[in-house]
Design a binder for this molecule. Structure first.
Ligand SMILES: C[S@@+](CC[C@H](N)C(=O)[O-])C[C@H]1O[C@@H](n2cnc3c(N)ncnc32)[C@H](O)[C@@H]1O
Length: 497
């Protein structure tokens, strides 16, 4: 029924387009001078990044510079929320998932795409409204949990970010920024996004949905429901069921294996029909607001134009672990550990004040490499067998050096593991309870231990490379039997490369 009705309508249900959060139950915070964070950037004409680029202290702490308090003045690049520096996007019609949002230009990894704007309401009011909307029969939910006390409701008033659908394998992620004393939510690209691609983020931690909704994102790793890990989901007690695929149990496809994944079906479903496209020029004021719950219209109105869309690139995970013969010389547990820790750091990053520290290198990076051919590969983290390499070196001193660094690396890894065990209860509690209860001190400990591990690994690899380059090999007969094998390390040593 819902799907059929969606097909008949060529504009989304009315809402008021806003580019600033609206505060109905409390006043907007007025930033006091003592609370202004002043960065140390000085604009240097030869280095555009000097004006509050990635190295800016405020950027590093997810805080926008306050106009009048930044030495870079008009050159300051760290006022993206305040200046609404959005990427070009447009609304389009999906089949089965209502309306969605497309990139209307190429978007770079890390780029600010758009702010999730709406009405700032208390959590209590969010619960009340969520039930009221459901009673009204509104099935699309637009309430975003800002923290344990407040939510953003984009149901009646919101930015175009309200059209971004959920995906379990999303192109974007949400980040909270401190802007002039208020917390604001931005949608940021997790990877390069070509024009024409549907934008998506993972609703899991911010979802305030009412009924349980079947997820139709089509990702191989799909969790089955929208926001399955969120508080709203835990509280939801029912599945909406009618003729809409999303709410109907019978229509939910079941997959026995990864081969049954709905990639092809999803591709068909996602491509909107020719006459269902809406173009939003410059991502501003694209919709006519009709008589609805909110009557005042203060947005710029532009005509809705209809455009054909030949194809929408979409993300299909073709990642299959590439198993090579020589893979067994590396630790196979490392991949699991990598995924577990990546999820961990991802949560800390997205839910605590420290979420935007850029810990991207090494085993903790949650971003899989992106290849120009558009395919992401699933990479098992490979650990070098230092002991085996040491066995092949003639110098006892070289061997000892490598073994010492290997020991330090093990200790750093074990410290990180025990920290993980220490943090896990807090995370589990956090998932059941509020969105922002992971303390900064936990996050800091985690970051520190991660850095120690990275440094230990770096030192170990340096020692290995140095000793391989400068130390003669041992005669084959001197090498203990367990040191023998056909691993890459041995080939590497034998070829003297
Ligand atoms: C914030 S709105 C997104 C825009 C919405 N599609 C629309 O038409 O306005 C969230 C709603 O979109 C739908 N939705 C988003 N992602 C979905 C998905 N992966 N599978 C099924 N429905 C989805 C659900 O109805 C959800 O309540």
């Amino acid at each position: 029924m819902r799907a059929a009705m969606d097909q008949l309508s060529d504009t989304p249900p009315p809402f008021k387009l806003i580019e600033r959060n609206e505060f109905s139950y409390r006043k907007h915070i007025k930033q006091k001078e003592k609370d202004v964070n002043v960065c140390l950037c000085q604009y240097d004409v030869t280095d555009p990044d000097s004006a509050c680029g990635e190295r800016c202290l405020n950027v590093l702490t997810s805080t926008e510079c306050t106009p009048g308090y930044c030495a870079c003045d008009n050159y300051c690049k760290n006022q993206k929320f305040q200046k609404c520096e959005y990427a070009k996007v447009r609304v389009f019609k999906t089949e089965g998932r209502g309306w969605g949002l497309l990139a209307d230009e190429n978007i770079k990894a890390g780029q600010f795409v758009i702010e999730y704007c709406g009405e700032i309401i208390s959590s209590k009011e969010a619960r009340r409204r969520s039930q009221a909307y459901e009673t009204e029969g509104l099935k699309d939910a637009y309430i975003f949990n800002l923290n344990s006390q407040e939510s953003i409701d984009a149901t009646r008033k919101g930015s175009l970010a309200r059209f971004i659908n959920h995906s379990c394998q999303p192109k974007c992620e949400t980040r909270k920024w401190n802007v002039l004393g208020e917390v604001r939510v931005g949608i940021f690209a997790k990877q390069d996004i070509p024009a024409g691609t549907e934008l998506s983020y993972d609703y899991n931690f911010e979802w305030f949905g009412g009924a349980k909704i079947r997820c139709l994102c089509g990702a191989p790793c799909c969790s089955g429901f929208l926001g399955a890990k969120s508080r709203g989901f835990q509280e939801a007690t029912h599945l909406w069921e009618d003729d809409d695929d999303r709410y109907s149990v019978e229509n939910v496809p079941l997959y026995d294996s990864e081969d049954d994944e709905p990639a092809k079906k999803f591709l068909q479903a996602i491509v909107p029909s020719k006459d269902m496209m809406i173009t939003a020029k410059e991502n501003k004021g694209f919709l006519r607001i009709t008589d609805g719950p909110v009557s005042a219209v203060d947005t710029q109105l532009v005509p809705i134009s209809v455009e054909p869309l030949s194809s929408i690139p979409m993300e299909i995970d073709e990642a299959k672990s590439e198993t090579r013969e020589d893979d067994n010389m590396y630790s196979q547990n490392a991949h699991q550990s990598f995924m577990r820790k990546s999820a961990m750091i991802s949560r800390i990053r997205s839910n605590s004040a420290c979420r935007n520290y850029h810990i991207e290198s090494g085993p903790l990076s949650k971003t899989l490499p992106h290849y120009s051919g558009g395919k992401s590969k699933s990479h098992a983290r490979k650990e070098v067998n230092a002991r085996l390499i040491g066995e092949h070196l003639a110098s006892a001193e070289a061997r000892e050096e490598i073994y010492a660094f290997e020991e330090t690396t093990k200790q750093a890894a074990s410290r990180l593991d025990s920290l993980y065990d220490e943090i896990r209860p807090a995370i589990e509690e956090h998932e059941r309870d509020t969105q922002d209860s992971v303390s900064t001190s936990f996050a800091e400990k985690w970051i520190e231990a991660s850095c120690c591990k990275l440094k230990a690994e770096f030192d170990l690899y340096c020692a290995i490379i140095k000793n391989i380059a400068c130390t003669p090999r041992r005669a084959r007969d001197d090498i203990s039997p367990q040191g023998e094998g056909t691993t890459d390390e041995i080939k590497f040593l034998e070829n003297g490369q």
